[in-house]
Write a protein that binds this ligand. Sequence first.
Ligand SMILES: CSC[C@H]1O[C@H](OP(=O)(O)O)[C@H](O)[C@@H]1O
Length: 351
Amino acid sequence: MNDTPSPLRIADDVLHILDQTRLPFAEHELRIDTAAQAAHAIATMQVRGAPLIGAIGAFGLALALREAADDAALDAARRMLAATRPTAVNLAWALDRVARAVQPLAPSARADAAWHEALAICDEDRAANRAIGEHTLTLIHALPATGRINLMTHCNAGWLATTGWGTALSGIYLARQAGLDLHVWVSETRPRNQGLLTSWELARAGVPHTVIADNAAGQLMREGKVDAVVIGADRIAANGDTANKVGSYLKALAARAHARPFWVAAPWSTIDLTCADGDAIPIEERSGDEVRVVRGAEGGITVLDDSRQVANPAFDVTPAALVSAIVTERGVIDTAAGRTPSSTELKVVSR
Ligand SMILES: CSC[C@H]1O[C@H](OP(=O)(O)O)[C@H](O)[C@@H]1O
């Protein structure tokens, strides 16, 4: 799995992360050697993307256990890290997994065991994402498109958002490697502009793409310029309702209106069977400053002052009825086929 870039690097038993708040303008690595630094990196989106914040949370818990490893310290560190971002279930999932692995151990053995568990989470994430890419490639091959294939994506669900390969972008990378004639519409994804990260990734990989304003998606679909939409996910409820970066829902509505497939690509750890449907998914409300200030290479420009009210929900929920397929490492859950889910699909409902 070494043939993928990664936003994190382990050296000298500490973490080094690519600071995503400085991309795409500057490539700058940050050293993370305390749990507080890991929590800060997640909360400020120096690291972002559901699988990646899960991995950084896991390492953060291991770093906390180097300082104190009794039950109270474990619980406090876990809560502190879990509180950083609420929507992506991968964070809580990874923290629970590490805590479960170390709880039976003596405090003196916990930090090393937690570190190894975090490394295992990363290995499994890369393998899962590669498998997601292979399943997505099958869907791409099955598109009725003749000539160049035009996909659309939203936000950044590439290797920057994971520990390698990406989720939504994994299939795009494999399609490119397979020599498919493919072009990607990349929506800029205001207010944090993660679309610029996607463009940065795709440019590095030589994938033809075009960045669009978020509001251009419907017109492009209307003009027949989009063959399918593929996005990542932060939490998928038991009925298939999908929380992803705000703006995903509007793309799903437009895709349905124009009879285009809308695929959600995510590892199994993003499925939260404790959420019956999308109404149970917590939606992160971020600072209004992200809307008030437009960031660029030279810092930020304030476009709206504090006297104006701003709302900034960071995610939205796309109802399962608008999702054509959920692609996980276990295969494709075809939510449009109207068949009964298999045992591996558990409670994810087919439509
Ligand atoms: C591969 S999951 C990517 C996922 O992460 C996102 O959010 P954020 O940038 O706020 O961490 C977004 O919903 C992406 O689809």
